[in-house]
Design a protein. Sequence first.
Length: 114
Amino acid sequence: MEKSQRKELISEYKARKIIGAVYSIKNTINGKELILYTVNLEGSKNRFAFSQKTGGCENLKLREDWKKFGTNAFIFQVLEELEMGEGQTQKEFLDDLKTLHTLWIEKTEPAILY
């Protein structure tokens, strides 16, 4: 790879939008859901899709119901997206996502949470 191509790829990587989110993994059979947050929305979507394809469950809170109801009983839902701001540090972005996560937990009926 030429040096100019490499610099261009690095520049594109640094300029990409970073999208985080609060999301839920919902059990469509019993209505319970697990609310999580991530700094990498696409990565979390891909991990969930991989778990469904392979039948494995990476989250201990879901594992029992995952085995009981099967992988197709669960869906991935984005509750709210958040784009990392220009000049915002990773820590600031993570803190914003944690706050957003807390707000979603507080407004969700506790009985349906894993």
